[in-house]
Structure formats: C-alpha cells, structure tokens
Design a protein around this ligand. Structure first.
Ligand SMILES: NC(=O)c1ccc[n+]([C@@H]2O[C@H](COP(=O)([O-])OP(=O)(O)OC[C@H]3O[C@@H](n4cnc5c(N)ncnc54)[C@H](OP(=O)(O)O)[C@@H]3O)[C@@H](O)[C@H]2O)c1
Length: 245
C-alpha cells in the first residue's frame, strides 16, 4: 500500500514521531483541464461555468460534438473559453473528468468510455433518484451507489465522487458570485480526493471536505432527495455545511 492508497479516515495508530499533515494542505490544481461528460445539461454547464471562472481550461462533452459546441457558445458559456466536444474527446483531452449524465445513462456512458478514461481522475456527481407523487426518493444501485458502479465499470480509472449537493440553478446564475457550501468528496486514494477537494475549493464560497470511502457514497447521493424536499418547502437551493471542521 502506498501513501496515496492509505486510508485517510483510519483510526490513528501508535505514535510514530511524525507530525500529522494539515488536512487543509491541498495540492495546486490550477493547471488541470476539466472535462464534463453530459456537460450540455444544467449541472454540467454550471460546473463548467464555475471552473472556467476559476481559471481552468474546461471541455464539455455530449453525445453530439455539435451540441456541445453550441452549448459552449450559449449565453452562459460564451466568452469563457469553455470548449465543446463529444464525450470521448472530452474524456481524452481532460485531466479530471466529471460525470454529469442522468442516472439512466450512467452505466452505458462509462462503459463506452473505458479506454478514454484509463488513468483519468473521474469525479462522479450522479444522484440515482426516483420521483413519484410523494416527491424524490433514492434508488439503490446494485453496486451500492452510482460512484461504486463507476468504480466497477472503470477499474483502470481513479474514481471519486463529489458535487452531489450543488444546485445547478445557483451554478448557472452569473449573478451569484459565491456559493457557500461544503462539497463532500469520497474516494479510495488520498491524493485523488485531495485533488478534488482542491478543485471544489477553487469556486468562491465552496470547501472540499473528505467524507469517506466510496462504500459510503450511497447516503451522500441519497441525501439529495432530502434536499429536494427542503427546496420545495422553502423555495430554496439548499446545500450542506459541515460544522466543526
Ligand atoms: N441538476 C442539478 O441540480 C444536479 C445537482 C447535483 C447533481 N446532479 C446530477 O448531475 C447529473 C446531470 O444532471 P442534469 O440536471 O444536468 O441532467 P440532464 O440535463 O438531464 O442531463 C445532462 C446531459 O446528459 C446527457 N444525457 C441525457 N440522457 C443521456 C443518456 N441516456 N446517456 C448519456 N447522456 C445523456 C444530455 O446531453 P447530450 O444530449 O448533449 O449528450 C444532457 O444534456 C444527474 O445525474 C444529476 O443527478 C444534478
């Protein structure tokens, strides 16, 4: 096991004489190119907009390269430098690839991109939800969660999960300068989680907080059903703040 694979939520072991590293000491990620699969949707466009505003090169992906280029030139993204490509080109040309397709297209999209995503840092933000007359409710993927499905389908990628609780409405509103929210980041490798935490922290108001291994992704994805209930009752775009960290 390398330092990068070491659990970051393990109980402290016997004293080693080493000074514990500051968990907020995160890497410089400013030169990373970010791709967004399904980047023509509200969540993907919103993330693309925020990361381009933070100075990143961003490529949005689509099942149609033409649609991606159209959306990259739309009212929100025009002038930001965001590029459009098909999902395969987006995955190939990016260092970090955010998955922002609907749950219904998740498995097929990732299966088709296994080669392009080899070695890439993949960030899954997909929330498997159902809707009925009582509102939103979480679905239970066979693998445990969307993130674990991604990890099972992409054994040669570095799969993490984050950005589940962000409101696309806020992300896509140019009048919103800061989004005060904690982004719960899950994954198996410390270095990968820290890259995603650092990326989240590039967006004004946000903090990326490590929140466990992928086996704990289900409840993070499922919490969105509660946030949707909150939003409906209070006409809000609620997010999550973690206290005492
Ligand atoms: N909306 C939010 O506030 C929010 C917040 C947090 C997380 N999320 C998660 O982010 C994901 C995207 O949300 P969204 O609201 O942006 O969804 P969306 O607009 O319905 O879909 C995003 C894009 O995915 C592509 N797509 C649609 N069906 C597909 C399929 N069967 N296979 C592959 N690609 C397909 C479409 O792009 P092309 O037609 O151009 O390929 C579409 O523009 C969801 O999994 C959601 O749970 C959303």
């Amino acid at each position: 096991m390398t330092a990068n694979d070491a659990p970051n939520d393990a109980a402290p072991g016997p004293a080693t004489g080493k000074t514990a590293r500051d968990p907020w000491d995160l890497p410089d990620v400013s030169d990373l190119t970010i791709g967004v699969l399904g980047g023509t949707g509200d969540q993907g466009r919103g993330l693309a907009y925020r990361f381009s505003r933070a100075g990143h090169r961003v490529i949005i992906g689509s099942r149609s390269a033409e649609r991606a280029r159209e959306v990259a030139a739309d009212e929100l993204l025009a002038g930001t430098g965001v590029e459009g490509d098909d999902n395969a080109g987006c995955a190939r040309r990016s260092d970090v690839v955010i998955v922002a397709v609907p749950w219904g297209g998740h498995a097929a999209t990732l299966t088709a991109l296994r080669e392009e995503l080899t070695g890439k840092l993949v960030v899954d933000c997909v929330n498997p939800l159902g809707f009925d007359k009582k509102g939103a409710y979480p679905l239970r993927p066979e693998e445990g969660s969307a993130a674990e499905q991604a990890a099972a389908l992409l054994p040669d990628s570095r799969v993490t999960a984050a950005f589940h609780h962000l409101s696309a409405v806020l992300l896509c509103d140019p009048g919103v300068a800061e989004i005060p929210i904690d982004v719960m980041v899950l994954g198996e490798a410390r270095a990968d989680c820290e890259i995603v935490q650092a990326l989240a922290s590039r967006i004004p108001g946000m903090r990326g907080v490590f929140a466990g291994r992928l086996r704990n992704a289900h409840q993070v994805e499922a919490l969105v059903a509660n946030l949707i209930s909150v939003n409906r009752r209070y006409r809000a775009h609620a997010g999550v703040r973690l206290t005492d960290v």
